[in-house]
Design a protein around this ligand. Sequence first.
Ligand code: PGA
Length: 262
Amino acid sequence: MRVIIRPTYEEMSKEAALLVKDRMMKKRDFVLGLATGSTPLGLYKELIRMHKEEGLSFKNVKTFNLDEYYGLEPTHPQSYRYFMDTNLFNHIDIEKANTHVPDGKAEDVEKFCQWYEEEIKKAGGIDLQVLGIGGDGHIGFNEPGSSFNSRTRLVALDEQTIKDNSRFFEKIEDVPRFAITMGVGTILEAREIILLANGKKKARPVAQFIEGPITSLVTASALQLHPKVTVFLDEEAASELKRIDYYKFVEEAEKKINKKLF
Ligand code: PGA
């Protein structure tokens, strides 16, 4: 796992955007896995800037989002479809038909989840998956205890997640109790993964998933099993890591030989 630490959220977001751009430029028909939440907003802002000022095109890109609240219409201001449209898709040259967010109103959920998995396969698999991390160490909505073999499915949200996400809703009772999420197994099949985290509140889950044991109680720790993961952190989110000096040393060493590990 490469761990990249930057002093601020803005610098962390820009660094992550450079990696996304680099990978997009290297492959035609790129398949990008996307996340919602506060964390990737800076990354999306930078990608929009790169599109407007540097000609970064999403014309041939397909996207698959990690998750969606169950029961919310795509037009609901707190739905993840709405989030993606307003914070990224409406500002770049992507074909809306090439963007996929799980359908929170799917009637036959099981069938829908199977279809979602098949669409990812049909697209050729995810080239690069963007992740955030929950206060409880989740990736997607894979709450503590989720199997590392789990696939796209309906899940019940953890109390901590409901509390964390209530900041976006008028009252905590309005937060949906269920969601559709890609599974840990689905996420691990992406060819490359980046995880972003910022702020003091993420320091503990970040230290747990990078330096702690691999356990389904911290689903992000499954990333230790993946061969190509880069973690982008600001100083606050990195503050409980024990091996910060080593991560910084590796980055310096990469610069000296003018080559990235990947
Ligand atoms: P956040 O959510 O980016 O809003 O902190 C992250 C997550 O729950 O995965």
